[in-house]
Design a binder for this molecule. Structure first.
Ligand SMILES: NC(=O)c1ccc[n+]([C@@H]2O[C@H](COP(=O)([O-])OP(=O)(O)OC[C@H]3O[C@@H](n4cnc5c(N)ncnc54)[C@H](OP(=O)(O)O)[C@@H]3O)[C@@H](O)[C@H]2O)c1
Length: 379
């Protein structure tokens, strides 16, 4: 495992972090974590050098923090640095910050959180937080020892990223970055800006929620194989990120032990500044191909779920994207009309718009669901 310096701090963290948002689950229900498997995975990761564990209040229907608390018993808590996030959308007044932090410490069975983030900030949320005196809260929580370092995760346009970075002496930030998203949200410019300010930069969605790790479209497959037929798509994507010295740690939300093992191996073998010009050109072309073929920029994070009308929004977008990316629209349409339960399909959208308030990608979900139905629905 490689360890990278945590911004201006005098310690390092493992270059692979464990993202606790995509544990193996039972009956495809995100709130029912397969505890035995998830605990085994977290402990295997720690036994193999991972020392950064990232969870959050809402992950797995509120059960991720509880699971992490259990996994970190038997001496594992002392071996790692623990990150979790304040559910800022629930904070209506100052006292709520403390209320949720105490609840989280309780769920995680710990007396302190190493890295505490304001979760999924955008312009509006940040304005609300400032009204509720977020900086006073962070100073107090650090002084009390309940949190060690303050940071934020970010989902909005680049300009707002700079405003937030410059507003407080944050130790670190968490941004979405992968080889498709170089110009999206904070993007590569945001990575460099925060790093130059001495902040540690933690990467989320490095495989775009798994989209860059599955079977790639033919064009991308051929590009990758022209250079090295043994390298997996996940390896290409993670290697590209590790190539940036400004990247501190990459969080991956691994769902199986095999994925964890592969990502551990990749993290052990990748260093900064080691990709050559030919490899970088391949990544550039792969990005262009994906951008051309992707209809909906959904990462499957599930923040939009549950839909009050039970529409499985990520699955509808996945079908739609796959149909276009692999030229299999007929098969996608068959699945949509015959295999997907009617209440889960795009046709069941009532346009309440609740999902759009939650989507970190700011997708116009209602409009996009109409497009999915027009494209895949029975003619
Ligand atoms: N703060 C925020 O606003 C925010 C938002 C999003 C994420 N996060 C954090 O960042 C973490 C990382 O983001 P992410 O979970 O989206 O990471 P990611 O690595 O982009 O996606 C994870 C998914 O990629 C697939 N995968 C991982 N390793 C693989 C491998 N070696 N081979 C094939 N597939 C592989 C799995 O998908 P399959 O299930 O398809 O196999 C897995 O569920 C999260 O877990 C969470 O802790 C934070």
């Amino acid at each position: 495992m490689e360890y990278r310096k945590f911004g201006n701090c005098d310690f390092s963290v493992s270059s692979l972090g464990f993202g606790c948002m995509r544990f193996p689950v039972i009956d495809k229900d995100p709130s029912k974590i397969n505890e035995e498997k998830a605990i085994a995975m977290i402990r295997h990761a720690i036994d193999n050098g991972v020392d950064y564990i990232d969870t959050a209040y809402p992950y797995h229907g509120g059960n991720s923090e509880v699971l992490v608390g259990k996994a970190l018993k038997d001496g594992y808590r002392e071996k790692i640095k623990l990150a979790t996030k304040s559910p800022v959308w629930l904070v209506k007044e100052y006292a709520d910050f403390h209320k949720y932090l105490d609840e989280q410490l309780n769920k995680l069975q710990t007396d302190h959180i190493d890295f505490y983030l304001m979760h999924a900030l955008n312009k509006d949320r940040f304005e609300d937080l400032k009204k509720n005196q977020v900086f006073k809260f962070l100073d107090e929580a650090i002084a009390s020892g309940k949190i060690k370092y303050a940071g934020f995760s970010f989902h909005d346009d680049e300009e707002h990223f700079y405003e937030i970075v410059d507003s407080y002496p944050w130790t670190f930030c968490q941004i979405q970055l992968n080889y498709m998203d170089v110009e999206y949200q904070a993007g590569l410019r945001g990575l460099k800006y925060a790093s130059e300010k001495g902040m540690a930069v933690v990467i989320m969605e490095p495989l775009k929620g798994g989209k860059l790790a599955g079977n790639p479209p033919t064009e991308v497959k051929e590009l990758f194989e022209s250079y090295d037929s043994s390298r997996t798509p996940a390896n290409w994507a993670l290697k590209w990120l590790y190539n940036f010295p400004e990247v501190t740690t990459i969080l991956s939300g691994m769902s199986t032990m095999e994925q964890l093992q592969e990502n551990l191996e990749i993290a052990s073998n990748c260093k900064a500044n080691e990709m050559n010009a030919e490899e970088l050109e391949i990544m550039d072309k792969a990005k262009d191909a994906y951008l051309r073929l992707t209809k909906v920029n959904c990462t499957g994070c599930n923040y939009c779920q549950p839909c009050p009308f039970e529409v499985d929004i990520p699955r509808n977008f996945e079908l739609y994207n796959e149909g276009h990316m692999f030229n299999t629209l007929e098969a996608a349409s068959h699945t949509y009309n015959n295999l997907m339960p009617k209440n889960k399909s795009a046709a069941n959208c009532s346009e309440c718009g609740k999902c759009e308030e939650e989507c970190p990608q700011n997708l116009p979900i209602r409009q996009l669901l109409k497009e999915v139905h027009a494209s895949l629905g029975a003619k």
